[in-house]
Design a protein around this ligand. Sequence first.
Ligand code: GDP
Ligand code: MN
Length: 390
Amino acid sequence: MDIHEHQAKDILAGFGVPVPKGGLAYSPEQAAYRARELGLPCVVKAQIHSGGRGEVGGVKVCKTEAEVRDYAAGLLGKTLVTKQTGANGKVVHRLWVEEATDIAQEIYLGFVLDRKSERIMIVASGHGGMEIEDLAHEDPDSLVRMVIDPAAGLVDFQARELAFRLGLKGKQIGQMMTTLRACYRAYRDMDAMMVEINPLAVTGAGDLVALDAKMSFDTNALFRRPQVAALRDPAQEDAREAMAADNGLAYVGLDGDIGCIINGAGLAMATMDMIKLAGGEPANFLDIGGGASPERVVTAFRTVLSDPNVGVILVNIFAGINRCDWIAKGVVQAYKEVGLTIPVVVRLSGTNVEEGRRIIRDSGLPLISADTLAEAAEEAVKARPQPVAA
Ligand code: GDP
Ligand code: MN
């Protein structure tokens, strides 16, 4: 789960990271008020769940209150498309107004989970400001990587070594050590998956300050982090994925037109492969889970259909814990309740399969039955609405 920059700054400041003073604004008037409060010049920043805002006009240093007001008016309600948002972009609903910093150098600092060493890893560079992907491409030699031993935690000599390798001097060494310790504790104590400060600026006066902050959290740990879960902003999420999350469905939105309702993550992946092999494109990954009731099947249908690109639905169930008759009842119920107008291909196998197939057959609905996974994928590709030739 991602959070906003201002929320990440608030959390990190609580652990000891130096951040500039700032305040939230939901209207141009509030932004101007913040500017008055903080003093000018100040920086007005779009709050969306994405980096790369600077490149697309989402961050601006303003010199007058009128400039703050005008810029805020143009930004609020606007959709920003960055390198990280995907083509649909994200809508700006709030702004963060912050005192401007005089930047002498930009440092990149990231804490990530290194799956290879199974440890938290620090990635840093004295050449920050740009996104890590670009940095890795343009100046890979500047990247410093350091793995943290979970038993010892981040130890002082490591933090000091990192500060030296970034070329920091004097009071900056101590400030860097404080920042590193704070990020590490925030990461570990709050079940984060990523902490990124980019840029961590060296100011004209030679002090370190976090000008940008990003945190993302392990959704599987949210149950024990209510204060983190409360920071969720559904307005920044893919509407389809937000709906699925609310209903406890494992769902990932994709770009194709074949909606998938499948049990088991492995079978869902295999089904998406088979769809591709048959020449189609899946609209989503969806694992309905074990022991799915007819009501849950209906919810899955509603979620898949919330994507306007879906032109056909493929239901593929290999029932072990599930029961084919329940799934079949759910399909029939969904057809009636949701008022389906698009073709549905159903492939059932496993527990109570005969009863499941009978329910589908006797429903009198135009459901397309398939016996095997390959057949189901081919039927779905055949049944999708044909693209109109230009
Ligand atoms: P991002 O583009 O979404 O990563 O947003 P950032 O918060 O990193 O801002 C983008 C860029 O704006 C930074 O890399 C800085 O160069 C610049 N910037 C941000 N805050 C300030 C500031 O206080 N003063 C100055 N001069 N530049 C700033
Ligand atoms: Mn940034």
